[in-house]
Design a protein around this ligand. Structure first.
Ligand code: FES
Length: 114
């Protein structure tokens, strides 16, 4: 059975503030999910918008994230995650990771690459 999902453009690179993050909805294997897309310079990373602490979304309002000093901070209880690998370095789930989502950047767009 083919379990791949069709090519999906998640957003344009220019939609993501440099040093910030946005939320996009993507159709993954398990259905539609919210995905965090972070950018620092030309490096883009994506993670499931599900905090490993209590399973909540990390944004404080839809698509609005607190990113400070290359750390993404969960709005629910303040866990801080490194932008480059999703590792929690402070807060209630220290040592756990956000689940990463495969992406690639081509022609100024961010594509799902699961
Ligand atoms: S759900 Fe993210 S810190 Fe608690």
């Amino acid at each position: 059975m083919d379990t791949t999902t069709p090519d999906q453009a998640l957003c344009r690179l220019d939609d993501i503030p440099d040093g910030g993050a946005i939320a996009v909805d993507a159709v993954l294997r398990d259905g539609e999910e919210s995905v965090i897309v972070l950018r620092r310079d030309d490096a883009v990373r994506a993670y499931m918008n599900i905090c490993p602490h209590a399973g909540r979304r990390l944004d404080w309002a839809p698509g609005k994230f607190l990113v400070k000093d290359n750390l993404l901070i969960c709005a629910a209880h303040g866990a801080s995650f490194q932008d480059e690998d999703g590792l929690c370095v402070g807060g209630p789930c220290r040592g756990e990771h956000l689940r990463s989502v495969g992406i690639r950047v081509a022609d100024g767009e961010v594509w799902l690459d699961e």
